[in-house]
Design a protein around this ligand. Structure first.
Ligand code: FE2
Length: 206
């Protein structure tokens, strides 16, 4: 058996990137159409800007084997669409029992999590906060600050991402809006469609 070579990636907190990445992608505002409550504000933001980058990701993927790890860094820009903070698309792992760790590097934000049966949990993140996303939780990052929100992450290499689970429910159950004692507050997503017991069971056995 040929062993995979050890690797080191240097995190650049200020730039929100790391060296040695094997993959990178970015999401601009136009890529996130339909995710925000206020569509008029979304269209206005798009027309008044040059389609800004909302977040970018650089990762290191040694393999896709079950015992391996993917790790990387994500940088989210600060911003609001109406009263709703910039967010990532969000997903559940395609192999739903795979967990994830996020490690805050800079800025202020949240990990917004939702169980298949619609429970919401929030972990507030800042530099040096480690967030454990347990198996089976849908997760999305939100920048609630006024500067870049940067986190390092790691998850099992065979996890995969299922973005459809959020789309099928017309979003996550809660939105994150400006307000509240810490600068953010949860609001019910009026379009939210709870999952059927069959859909929940399908996730829990995947
Ligand atoms: Fe994930």
């Amino acid at each position: 058996m040929t062993l995979f070579e050890p690797a080191a990636c240097q995190v650049d907190v200020a730039a929100g990137t790391m060296s040695g990445a094997t993959g990178r992608y970015q999401k601009r505002l136009a890529d996130l159409v339909g995710l925000y409550a206020d569509d008029a504000a979304f269209q206005a933001a798009l027309s008044m800007s040059n389609n800004p980058v909302v977040y970018d990701v650089a990762d290191f993927r040694p393999s896709a084997k079950s015992g391996d790890l993917i790790f990387g860094i994500t940088r989210m820009s600060p911003g609001l669409i109406g009263e709703e903070f910039y967010l990532t698309r969000g997903h559940i792992h395609a192999v739903a029992d795979r967990p994830e760790i996020y490690y805050g590097q800079a800025g202020q934000g949240l990990m917004l999590m939702e169980s298949p049966d619609g429970e919401t949990r929030v972990v507030e993140m800042q530099a040096q906060t480690i967030c454990y996303v347990p198996p089976y939780w849908i997760h999305r990052s939100v920048n609630t600050g006024t500067t870049d929100f940067v986190m390092v992450f790691s998850y099992p290499a065979d996890s995969g991402q299922d973005y459809g689970i959020i789309e099928k429910s017309s979003g996550m159950r809660h939105r994150v809006l400006r307000g509240g004692p810490n600068g953010w507050q949860l609001a019910e997503n009026k379009d939210y469609q709870p999952r059927s017991s069959a859909a929940i069971a399908a996730v829990m056995t995947s």
